[in-house]
Design a protein around this ligand. Structure first.
Ligand SMILES: [Zn+2]
Length: 95
C-alpha cells in the first residue's frame, strides 16, 4: 500500500492509501464527496514518522495555523497602556 494525495477544488488536499500502481486518478473527497484529482507530491520515504519529520510538519503547519498565544513571553517587559495627562484626550474614543 502507498499513500496518494488528492486535491478537492473546495477543500484542502487529502491522502488515501491504495496498492502501488493501482491508485485511481480521482477519489471522492472525504469532506464534500466531490471527485478529486490525484496530485503528484514529494514522497516521504526515509524520514516518515520520525522526530525530524514531525518537526518539519509542525513547522510547516505553524506558518498557516499558528497557535494562539495568550500570555507574554517570560522575561519580556510588561506592556503599559499609554497615558496622557492632557484633559482634551479624555474625550477621545477608547479602543
Ligand atoms: Zn471536498
Amino acid at each position: 500500500m502507498a499513500i496518494y494525495e488528492y486535491r478537492c477544488p473546495d477543500d484542502p488536499p487529502f491522502e488515501a492509501a491504495h496498492p502501488i500502481g493501482e491508485a485511481p486518478d480521482t477519489s471522492p473527497c472525504p469532506a464534500c464527496g466531490r471527485s478529486s484529482r490525484r496530485i503528484i507530491s514529494a514522497p516521504h520515504l526515509s524520514i516518515a514518522n520520525t522526530a525530524a519529520f514531525r518537526l518539519i510538519d509542525s513547522t510547516r503547519r505553524s506558518a498557516s495555523e499558528p497557535d494562539v498565544v495568550d500570555t507574554r513571553i517570560p522575561g519580556s517587559p510588561r506592556r503599559v497602556p499609554p497615558h496622557s495627562s492632557n484633559p482634551l484626550h479624555r474625550k477621545l474614543p477608547r479602543p
